[in-house]
Design a protein around this ligand. Structure first.
Ligand code: BDR
Ligand code: CA
Length: 314
């Protein structure tokens, strides 16, 4: 696909096993042009997620600017998830030492630079807390119109994973999420409604290993860790949700998903519900939709799609 027709994207991520698979999927998708990467604090501290992102970029030979994100949420103490992603944030596979340098500016400033200089409106793909995106929108409101869409992993309209009501990425920085969901920018939300159905099983893992290419083997090693974690803690899934890959996949192959436009508001101060993405599903009473919410996925096709795309990498 000529670079004229490719969607320019910036990946904002906290790798993270599923962030890593999302990055590989984006690299393998000629429909997208990754123009930059920013790291976010969430699955681990910003030092660890930034290192992981640089290692992945080195592995993938992804030569675009990367900047480190904010060390923590706008107003809250950082929550990290070592129980899900290990003490490094990306336990399991051996990755090369980073050979890509780090920009000296902040993530928000890098996003602004890339958006300002892009010929086409840019799509942001945050698969982490929305801190960097909120800082960018607050500091550079004049660039809002140059954002085509924000396709994010976070939230869910039918319950959470980190609390009964809230999903991890939104819970980490609800005030940032509030800024993003009020921004007026077209939003796509890959929340738990869909990602808990975007399951890769242990058998699927072997299909990635059998691909035999470096990226296929890396994916299998990431899945060895991630599937084991989910089998031990959430056997009902029958494998591991690959949350973050959905936020990329929907840009490339929307027909994999059932998408429902909905109005989403963020609860920032509920006693039991802080970090909830409240979807208004009332007939006739709901405000106009501000978000395309992914509700369902063709799982087997999704897995075949991942295998095919990751198989096309080196
Ligand atoms: C989200 O939280 C992180 O642990 C994952 O990388 C994903 O972005 C799922 O709740
Ligand atoms: Ca993530």
């Amino acid at each position: 696909m000529s670079s004229m027709n490719r969607i320019p994207v910036i990946l904002d991520c906290d790798p993270g096993h599923d962030d890593a698979i999302a990055m590989m999927l984006a690299c393998a998708s000629s429909e997208l042009e990754i123009i930059g990467v920013t790291s976010a604090a969430g699955n681990q501290t910003i030092e660890k997620t930034t290192l992981n992102a640089r290692k992945l970029m080195t592995f993938l030979n992804l030569q675009v600017p990367i900047a480190a994100g904010a060390p923590g949420p706008l107003f809250r103490k950082l929550i990290v998830a070592p129980e899900v992603h290990g003490s490094t944030g990306l336990d399991g596979p051996e990755l090369p030492e980073p050979a890509v340098g780090l920009e000296s500016c902040s993530a928000a400033d890098l996003i602004a630079r890339l958006v300002r200089t892009s010929e086409t409106a840019v799509t942001l793909v945050p698969t982490s807390a929305l801190t960097n995106i909120a800082l960018f929108l607050t500091a550079y409101p004049e660039l809002k119109d140059n954002i085509a869409r924000i396709s994010l992993m976070g939230g869910g309209v039918n319950g959470g994973n980190w609390t009964p009501a809230a999903e991890f990425n939104i819970l980490v920085d609800p005030e940032a999420a509030d800024i993003v969901f009020r921004s007026g920018i077209p939003l796509t939300m890959a929340g738990l409604d869909v990602t808990h159905k975007a399951i890769v099983t242990r058998e699927d893992t072997e299909q990635f290993r059998l691909l035999g290419n470096r990226a296929g083997v890396l994916t299998a090693e990431l899945l060895d860790f991630f599937v084991t974690f989910h089998e031990e803690n959430f056997p009902q899934f029958g494998g591991s949700p690959i949350h973050d890959a959905c936020a990329v996949a929907v840009l490339v192959k929307p027909e994999l998903f059932t998408i429902r436009p909905m109005h989403i508001a963020i609860d920032t101060d509920g006693e039991l519900t802080t970090g909830t993405t409240v979807g208004d599903q009332r007939h006739g009473f709901a405000p106009p939709p501000n978000t395309d919410v992914l509700m369902d996925i063709r799982r087997e096709e999704f897995v075949r799609f991942l295998i095919e795309r990751i198989g096309s990498l080196a």
